[in-house]
Design a protein around this ligand. Structure first.
Ligand code: TPP
Length: 686
């Protein structure tokens, strides 16, 4: 037992001895668990929607966890060394809200519980991070919470290795349902956690054998205990309504050298007279008669939304029992070497240090001194050499495409079970699990995760990227091979609609830099984007460096800028492009100039930043040339916001093909000649 564990155990045992007495312990437990059940029934009933079955079935597990194991202080929901509790089965949100209310999270008043699922309340349908104090991650899409928890557990191990167990020493608990474990992402998460031997990750499985359609046997016959064991976990099966079995299993899990699964056999809707054990209690209000029957069965006579003082008191004590532990932690933090403490605090605040500006300037200076006509994925690696040296909180990775994504710089050691201090994660071929684990790391704090895969596989990451955007988490996805420019791998690997699809996600920034200088600038913007995720779409093929003179300003910061002014008078054509197509626009400008047409070139590395710019600035960047033409090796969707619905687009409208990349650009007509031709044709039409 570590020192903080001993402190917590001492405060828990003391409190329990005085409260329960040996004989009354079970009865006290039942009353406390029933308080959760009653609140869940009442809130769902009042809202006339929600999921009472899961909180009623898991109330015993949650009561044991929150009163005897979980290290937390309801008075300080953001305490960095708290244990994390992730409710992966987010539909059971009333379990979490009841727990937060009962343990005394100040904002989770009974009034908030009465407003369950109502606009503006702290108790939305599914738990939302950043909205409700005490909610560690947004859950609802099944499987995500489990994979987030893997990331949190990685973050904990890494930061403990860096800063020491005196300041980082906590456990990540996850409550999962059958649905979580049926989702494919769970396999990725479980395999990764087992491989990394994340022994401070403990999964409580609500093994109730029921999902929405009915008994699980309709669709599933997996032996979850064997499945987890096969992935390197410790796993056991217990009665999820027996507090002593739950406690014993948690004790054992805390001592395990591997991550642990505790499959808790439970009855969904426990206590409901006719709906318990049935899908009927899963996702709708129980109804007045059923609730009356449940109250009687559970021996709960308090009116709706009332928790008798004698039951609330031990709950509140449970919420406060972590306070001395937190205070002791604060003293240990204060005793840390001042530099280490300042660094720990900086990282937990998520502020990137001034070193970032210097690192970016250094990269840009080097590029001005010795220009590089390289692929933007290589430019990204070049930038990462400086950035990862400047920002030790950056943890890189790749889903088995390390050499292709160029996300690993030479100085980076692997983060693995033998050395959690490493900074590069081999995620394996697990894009979805990777993206969700990155969310968990960012949520944990102290880490800026970035990773790599091919842009076309952003589809495999999408549900997790969407949640990162919803939660406002800084995760950075390096996505290379960003167009038909990847060549011979053919249409399965060539992203076409992916840029548009990613740009459709609110609060996600999609960067597509055109050269090595823009790549460094886009990296800077992604790292400074504290309140949302970013994607860096990078080329496989070489591109010329278009920005040759050193410019201290980050020209990508407005999302777009005039790269080349028109030659000889006002522009009659504005050529817009992103990424590798900017060089095509530049060549087209020359062709047009030779034909007496003045054109300007606007590089558009980030739609979202451009569209967020003040209207006057945006108008100045877009300009007033009569012909607006965009070129991008993808679909048109989204570009109309810049070129207008009557603008001209040179790109793709179907899938790619397998061939050397130069041939493909010719074949699909994405060339300077075709761009110039389209511009002239449009000018002639006007
Ligand atoms: C990715 C995803 N697909 C579907 C759903 C809709 N949904 C919510 S709960 C659930 C399954 C319910 O079964 P289980 O997970 O065992 O929960 P329990 O019935 O035990 O509460 C489904 C399909 C979802 N939330 N997320």
């Amino acid at each position: 037992m570590t020192m903080p564990d001993r402190l917590l155990a001492a405060s828990t045992n003391l409190a329990q001895a005085s409260r329960f007495g040996a004989a009354g312990q079970r009865a006290e437990h039942d009353r406390m668990a029933n308080a959760i059940r009653a609140l869940a029934m009442d809130a769902v009933e009042k809202a006339k929607s929600g999921h009472p079955g899961m909180p009623m079935g898991t109330a015993d597990m949650a009561t044991v966890l929150f009163t005897r194991f979980l290290k937390f202080d309801a008075a300080d929901p953001a305490w960095p060394d708290r244990d994390r509790f992730v409710l992966s089965a987010g539909h059971g949100s009333m379990l979490l809200y009841a727990l937060l209310h009962l343990t005394g999270y100040e904002k989770l008043t009974i009034e908030e519980l009465k407003k369950f699922r109502q606009l503006g309340s702290l108790t939305p349908g599914h738990p939302e991070y950043g909205h409700t104090p005490g909610v560690e991650t947004t859950t609802g899409p099944l499987g995500q919470g489990l994979a987030n928890a893997v990331g949190m557990a990685i973050a904990e191990r890494h930061l403990a290795a860096v800063f020491g167990a005196d300041v980082v020493d906590h456990t990540t608990y996850v409550l999962v349902s059958d649905g979580d474990l049926m989702e494919g992402i769970s396999q990725e998460a479980i395999a990764l956690a087992g491989h990394l031997k994340l022994n401070k990750l403990i999964v409580l499985f609500d093994d109730n054998g029921i999902s929405i359609d009915g008994p699980l046997s309709l669709a599933d016959s997996v032996d979850q205990v064997k499945r987890f064991e096969a992935a390197g976990w410790a796993a056991c099966r217990i009665d999820g309504h027996d507090p002593e079995q739950i406690a014993a299993a948690l004790e054992a899990a805390k001592k395990s050298a591997r991550p642990s699964l505790i499959a808790c056999r439970t009855v969904i809707g426990y206590g409901a007279p006719t709906k318990a054990g049935s899908e009927k209690s899963h996702g709708s209000a129980l109804g007045a008669a059923e609730i009356a029957g449940a109250r009687e069965k559970l021996g709960w006579s308090a009116p709706p939304f009332e928790t008798p003082a004698a039951i609330l008191a031990p709950w509140r004590a449970a919420g406060a029992r972590g306070k001395p532990v937190r205070l002791a932690w604060e003293m240990r933090l204060a005793a840390l070497d001042p530099n280490a403490r300042a660094e720990f605090e900086r990282r937990m605040r998520g502020n990137v240090s001034k070193a970032l500006d210097a690192a970016v300037a250094e990269v840009k200076q080097k590029l001005a001194a010795a220009p590089k006509d390289i692929a933007t994925r290589s430019a990204s690696e070049f930038a990462l050499e400086a950035l990862t040296a400047a920002l030790p909180e950056m943890i890189g990775g790749s889903a088995d495409l390390t050499g292709s994504n160029n996300t690993r710089v030479k100085a980076m050691e692997t983060l693995n079970a033998a050395d959690y201090a490493g900074r590069f994660i081999h995620y394996g071929v697990r894009e979805h699990g990777m993206a969700a684990a990155m969310n968990g790391m960012a949520l944990h704090g102290g880490i800026i995760p970035y990773s790599g895969t091919f842009l076309v596989f952003s589809d495999y990451c999408r549900p997790a990227i969407r949640l990162a955007a919803l939660m406002g988490q800084r995760v950075i996805h390096v996505m290379t091979h960003d167009s038909i420019g990847l060549g011979e791998d053919g249409p399965t690997h060539q992203p076409i609609e992916q840029l548009a699809a990613l740009r459709a996600i609110p609060n996600l920034k999609v960067f597509r830099p055109c050269d090595a200088v823009e790549t460094a600038e886009c990296w800077q913007l992604a790292l400074e984007n504290k309140s949302g995720p970013s994607v860096l779409a990078l080329t496989r093929q070489n591109v010329p460096q278009l920005r040759l003179a050193f410019d201290g300003q980050n020209r990508c910061a407005r999302g777009a800028y005039e790269l080349l002014a028109p030659e000889g008078g006002a522009a009659s054509v504005s050529l817009f492009a992103s990424g590798s197509e900017v060089a095509i626009a530049v060549a087209a400008q020359k062709l047009l100039a030779a034909q007496g047409v003045a054109a300007r070139v606007v590089s558009v590395p980030c739609f979202e930043l451009l569209l967020a710019a003040p209207a006057a600035e945006r108008a100045a960047i877009v300009g007033s040339a009569p012909v607006k033409l965009a070129v991008e090796a993808g679909i048109r969707q989204g570009w109309d916001a810049i070129i207008g619905s009557d603008g001209t687009f040179v790109g793709l409208s179907g899938f790619g093909a397998s061939a050397p990349f130069k041939q493909l650009y010719q074949y699909f007509g994405i060339t300077p000649e075709k761009v110039a031709e389209a511009a002239r044709a449009e000018l002639a039409r006007r």
